[in-house]
Write a protein of this length. Sequence first.
Length: 144
Amino acid sequence: MRAAYDLLPLEMKHRIEGLVVEHSTYYSRSLTGYKFTDEELKRRIPTKQYLVQTHPSSGRKSLYLASHASHVVNMPVEEGRALLAELTRHATQPQFVYRHKWRVGDLLIWDIRCTMHRATPFDDFSDRRDLRRTTVVGDLPLTV
């Protein structure tokens, strides 16, 4: 996401600096047709994140996007979603994407603050998926 940010046109960098995006797992799941009860919706409050994040150690800027990014706060919803879609298309161009071909014994580690990740489809009848998450010392993405 750092490289994707670096190669944005300067006018786009100025446009998105300081914008806040609301992120919600409910939003991303609803896109697949899942319906939530009112009780479920009350359990998790959406978070607000700056669209452009500055890494606390390196000082490099990066985009903070993912499927949970619902809309840009204080922007008409459709306009904000169009902007997020445009930035996602930019950030997922082949030169910014790492695809891992799994082999037995592999371990992948990434910095969640500057990486957009997505599992790819797999055959859950023949392939076993063992996913373990560990969080180590570090700052979380900057919330509003």
